[in-house]
Design a protein around this ligand. Sequence first.
Ligand code: M6R
Length: 608
Amino acid sequence: MCGIAGYIGTRNAVDVVFDQLKRLEYRGYDSAGVAFVQADRIGILKRAGKLTQLGGLIEQEKPEANLAIAHSRWATHGGPTDFNAHPHYDQQAKIALIHNGIIENYLELKEELVRAGHTFQSETDTEVAAHIIGREYVEGVSLEDAVRKAVQKMRGAFGFVVISHLDPEKLVCARNASPLVVGLGEGENMVASDIPALLPYTRRVAILENDMVATVTRGEIKVIGLDGRKLELSPFEVDWDIAAAEKGGYDHFMLKEIHEQPAVVRSALAGRIEGHGVALQGLFSDHVWQEIDRVVIIACGTAFHAGLMGKTLFERVLQLPTDVYFSSEFRYGEPVVSPRSLAVFISQSGETADSLAALRLCKSRRIRTLGIVNVVGSSIARECDRTIMTQAGPEISVASTKAYTAQCIVLLLLALHIAQVKETPGVRVGNMVQDLRNFTGYVQASLSLESEMREVAEMFQDAKLVFFLGRNADAHVSLEAALKLKEVAYVPTQECPAGEMKHGPLALIEPGVLAVFGATDSDVREKTVSNMKEVQARGGYVLALTTEDDSSLDSVADRVVKVPKSGSPYLNALVSIVPLQLLAYYVAKARGCEIDQPRNLAKSVTVE
Ligand code: M6R
């Protein structure tokens, strides 16, 4: 979750790594720091709070160096204080270290170090790692060998970057589970926890694999394994537009990413539909699809909600039994999966710790795995047997918007691919492909509801509770809409299938409560109308989302928002997420919330 940046070259490294940290702000953090090598010392500046605090300190000290590392910390072990902020020195201040992840056996290691006379400035597991590496870094041992030996004593997840004034021409990185990517420049090289940090400096990048130790100098990047054997990197060119990782005139990344959704749909479909059929490449061969008799979808947060949409499709369209698990529940539960099951992992970042652990569990049980992932080169993308990229471009806002839409589109493409292969009776693939072709236009049209959603948001910015209700696919979209509102606007929400409301949640309805009903599915709309009446009878205000052809709710709901209608109930429900994302955004804006980096949250949850 923490942001990592490191640079060696001819520019002022402190300026470079500080700029790189700014590009990683979206990951969420509560303190930040920088370390730089100057003559015979390593300087460290660090502060609790936002990057502006650290920026002020840098402005005051004006450090100059050709080698620097920087870190933004999301507190796990020890609160967000100046002392707990990274970088950390070892016992003799010979090295400085930044770290992303958790060292699980740090207490055991710390006790051993304390017995040997070490003292600590912070409560962090990271400082323990710095001391362990520093202890290995004795005369005659290279920095990379010290790191290599030290990491073998640690258990847990880590991405480290280490520098030393005793070896001022290199930075050394090691990785186990937490992502690290190196950037290859001309006479300069760098490392970061995520690609957007590198883009202004280079487009040539390589992913560090687990158990790799990389030595980054100005001229080259050398990699060895934990056994000291030389390994090769596989660099590739990033073709994202830099503007895609910047705000491009919008006040917030969240709003920009909501508006990008028509292009995201186009990109998710690009090259994947041909004529009246679906043309997904690089998946399992046909006989494998014939063998698969059950699907388990495993994901967290928004990706889990996309997984529920996948269940609807796989069961309704393909009659393929499908279960959806939270990754954290799957990995510690006793899930029943057989060799004929397919495990589908949905993840924007491709680095979510629980999803990755669940994936490894499935692989250890020889279950076939398929990833639906956004970030190229991420762990889940690489470790799944097969992966379909969502191609949504970088998603910077902590609240996921465009990735959800892309995940749902990819799930529909996948369902149609399976239907084609299995020749599932009754599935009109051609019609659904045509609906998909039209969908970009529907998403575009739904953006014209922006001013209406802003008005509704301003009316309800002080709502004490907002219900999100619906049936079938509308119920799944309601869960996602509720998550958006609570995470960016900090408004308490109650979400459940509309028919479930009477079994308890109805007790929460009283005057001042807003109930948002997804009612795009005409098959069950009449049932939902009864639920609207139940809310109104108890003083609640009903906002209904329905399709543009429906006037049945005009005289029922207190306010009706109409979304474009496509041929498929799945897509009708999906398009309604756009105005609901806008609702969350504008409520958050009206309440003065920090929209792109909500309190307590991080973009990529790389700790369990
Ligand atoms: O990167 P992932 O898709 O695996 O992340 C999963 C969740 O952490 C993520 O969707 C989270 O719930 C978002 N903040 C939701 O907006």
